[in-house]
Ligand binder design. Structure first.
Ligand code: BGC
Length: 777
């Protein structure tokens, strides 16, 4: 696409040799300004653009996302980047190369956040950072951390939570883990990229308060606590301006207010006007296009793109380059410790599984005979699809294998029947093989309809019925209302299996091998055990079996509400939940804004989405408006029970310190999550959520009868709400309730403290350009 590096090198050697060669600097961390001065305009315009994605040509790391431009004459090497938050996304095989390059398939982000364990996030980040480094790359395009505004967003498996504090803190530790290896993290997609439908052109329209308190807050925490080297802007617009062309977002808020001093990069092929992106401080456009190069050259010459701006962006890129493994010529091994990373995936995958119901069904008796029902039971899903999904690298441990590893038997007649059925369904759905960028692979598989007699016979011959429900989603398409609900045949299967097993005096357990919440309210009373396994990477079968067998005591908590039905959440009113017309799907818009369908009136939820629910997303809505849910945010059971004793609150300056003893009251060792919500005094003008998560922690393994004292700190300034009139974060003076909880709906201990008022002014930017019909409390 551009003059190759080689050419530049040759030209430089031929023409530049002589007078310049002597004085020509080579890039070091302390001569960046001097190197920028040496660069030609062409070189600068090349450097701010990526080098393409490498489809159809030989590249150094096949199957990765791209690289940065090299200028050998100035000692500027290429650096290399790859997706994703589930693991290094790179082809395992290369042309003309007989060895393989497998990477670890880790758990989905939603599964990681369900651990509520910052150290787990650190460890996964570190593993991915290490694989990136040991395979010779520099930069991992993760974490994705958009707020789960709606349960149907296709990329929710890549995101952490409906709560910005949980999202931001998990992201920060994940970033620290990556960067502890000297690999760059990339916090994305900045910001409010809450749907996939028409993602390149959708305008997220919202109040400044929702923007600040929810959609930016998680990023702010990730930036302040995690110090990522890079941030990726998004495809969408916010309040009428593309995020990669909006200096208020990237220069004013991200850099000036939050102190970010790294590199800002666009999402792949995002944006319309390269010059506007440069002006906005979107330092690099990836993967780079010829027309962007031409535009930058032209605008640099005609003055629309001032040299000072181009130099500033170039300088930031060079500051990134000098930190890279490539710059240091790191002697990578091509042999990361995949064995250890698989162990981490297994342990952390299990820690993120959430036990939703247990009427004496779990753990299963050792050596029991399991009847597995449901196609997904035989085709377990390790992760999502799209660039942020799983690669299915060297292997996926199936559920059958996991159960067998745990000493259980999987009922053979059913297994044989499902083997045939799954193969036939795959052929029916994908006659030409599974597409590599597969959308919803088995979601549309039909379940087997069995006779009652058949199920009764199976129940008679086995110890427990385990029904597996699967949902897969990913980049470029949102889920639909139909997928949120269980399909008729799935419901029939659950009913039939429950009846037969209960008739036989046996238990039924349902496993949700899902990418995000599904409907559970209408059928959960039929079953004895319900485990949300999420999608936990290559070790998924082992992780599930570890929970079912009791080897691991469940300790995951929901990072997102399981609502009773679709339509219950305030954001459901403004989300493309029923898009059937493929013209509106994002797939067609994946590679650029110029391909948009513009010959029609702007459509709600397609071309723009009104965030009318305002700050009432997830539990902030259900909790504040007293709406019942199936399972609340923060919920999850254990095989033991915990008591909370000696709760107290102390104040140290502007800091509130809550301490509580967690006591294991049962007969199994277990870990517990302590959630701290804070309820602010009522403020009629502003309207406050009933309570908000302000801190949390996870205990170590507590033995039966033993206790652990946990300490949770909250800074007074973090209790602020955003006041639009004053454009300030305002902490109202008054009595605040500090609620130690085991879910948003279950308060264990309530404490209170007087808090002084305080105010922090910020820039009044990113206002909505239309009138929104905002929800008030
Ligand atoms: C995705 C990003 C990803 C990039 C590069 C885009 O389609 O939105 O998350 O990092 O592609 O693969």
């Amino acid at each position: 696409m551009k003059i190759s590096n080689m050419m530049i090198c040759v030209v430089a050697l031929l023409c530049g040799h002589g007078a310049k060669a002597v004085s020509q600097p080579r890039l070091r961390s302390d001569n960046i300004e001097q190197v920028v001065k040496e660069m030609t305009l062409e070189e600068k315009c090349h450097l701010v653009l990526g080098c393409g994605m490498g489809f159809g040509r030989e590249v150094k790391f096949p199957g990765t996302a791209g690289s940065t431009y090299a200028i050998p004459r100035l000692g500027i090497p290429s650096t290399y980047c790859a997706d994703s938050n589930q693991g290094l996304r790179m082809s395992a095989h290369r042309d003309y190369d007989s060895r393989d390059y497998y990477c670890t398939d880790y758990m989905t982000s939603i599964a990681l956040a369900s651990t509520w364990d910052k150290q787990a996030a650190y460890l996964v980040g570190k593993g991915i950072g290490n694989e990136t480094k040991e395979y010779g790359l520099d930069w991992i395009l993760a974490p994705s951390m958009n707020l789960m505004r709606n349960v149907l967003c296709g990329r929710n498996h890549e995101y952490y939570s409906e709560d910005p504090y949980l999202s931001g803190t998990i992201a920060a530790y994940y970033v620290k883990g990556i960067q502890s290896e000297g690999t760059a993290a990339c916090v994305k997609h900045f910001a409010a990229n809450s749907q996939e439908t028409n993602r390149n052109a959708n305008d997220s329209r919202m109040s400044r308060r929702a923007l600040r308190e929810l959609y930016l807050r998680g990023f702010e925490l990730a930036v302040r606590l995690g110090n990522p080297w890079t941030v990726m802007t998004a495809y969408n617009s916010i309040n009428g301006r593309l995020t990669c062309e909006d200096g208020d977002l990237t220069e004013t808020i991200l850099r000036k207010e939050w102190g970010f001093d790294g590199l800002v990069v666009s999402d792949w092929n995002a944006g319309k006007d390269a010059t506007l992106s440069m002006l906005a401080g979107n330092d690099m456009l990836q993967p780079g296009q010829d027309r962007q190069f031409d535009k930058l050259m032209e605008d640099a010459k005609n003055g629309r793109l001032p040299m000072a701006v181009l130099d500033r962006n170039v300088e930031r890129i060079l500051r990134f380059v000098v930190r890279s493994h490539s710059f240091a010529n790191y002697p990578y091994s091509n042999e990361p410790n995949l064995k250890q990373h698989a162990v981490d995936d297994r342990v952390i995958g299990a820690e993120g599984m959430v036990l939703l119901e247990n009427k004496g069904a779990l753990p299963l008796a050792s050596g029991c005979q399991v009847a597995l029902f449901g196609s997904t039971g035989y085709e377990i899903i390790p992760g999502g699809t799209g660039f942020g999904g799983t690669m299915v690298g060297r292997y996926t441990v199936s559920l059958v294998e996991g159960l067998r590893n745990a000493g259980m038997t999987v009922y053979k007649p059913l297994l044989d029947q499902y083997r045939q059925h799954v193969a036939a369904e795959q052929k029916r759905l994908y006659p030409n093989g599974l597409p590599s960028f597969a959308l919803r692979p088995l979601n549309r598989a039909e379940e087997i309809v069995m006779t009652d007699l058949q199920v009764a016979e199976t129940a008679a011959n086995t110890d427990v019925g385990v029904v597996v429900i699967g949902r897969k989603s990913g980049e470029a398409a949102d889920r639909t209302r139909d997928e949120f609900n269980l399909y008729e045949k799935e419901l029939t299967m659950i009913r039939q299996v429950s009846e037969a097993y209960h008739e036989a005096g046996k238990k039924v357990v349902v496993l949700l091998n899902v990418c995000g919440p599904v409907e559970t309210a209408s059928w959960k009373s039929l079953v004895d055990g319900l485990l949300c396994t999420w999608q936990s990477g290559e070790q998924v079968g082992n992780s599930i079996a570890d929970i079912l067998s009791g080897k691991v005591n469940p300790s995951g908590r929901l990072p997102v509400t399981f609502q009773n039905k679709y339509g219950d959440a305030a954001s459901d009113r403004n989300f493309p939940a029923d898009v059937k017309d493929t013209k509106d799907l994002a797939t067609m818009y994946m590679w650029g804004n110029d391909k948009q369908n513009t010959d029609r009136e702007p459509k709600a939820n397609i071309d723009f989405t009104d965030y009318d629910e305002d700050i009432y997303v997830g539990y902030r809505y259900f909790d504040s408006f007293n709406k019942p849910v199936s399972y609340p945010f923060g919920y999850g059971l254990s095989y033991t029970t915990f008591a909370y004793e000696n709760a107290k609150i102390d104040r140290e300056g502007e800091k509130y310190i809550v301490t509580v003893d967690v006591v294991n009251m049962g007969d199994r060792a277990g870990r517990n999550v302590v959630e701290l919500f804070v309820a602010a005094p009522r403020n009629k003008r502003l309207g406050k959520p009933a309570k908000e998560l302000r801190n949390y922690t996870k205990t170590g393994l507590i033995q039966p009868g033993r206790r652990e004292t946990v300490k949770l700190e909250v800074e007074a300034r973090d209790l602020a709400s955003f006041n639009e009139k004053e454009s300030a974060w305002v902490v109202d003076a008054g009595v605040y309730h500090f609620l130690i909880a085991s879910s948003a709906n279950h308060i264990e201990k309530a404490l209170s403290a007087k808090v002084d008022g305080m105010k922090t002014k910020v820039n009044d930017v990113m206002k909505p350009t239309v009138k929104l019909n905002l929800l008030h409390r």
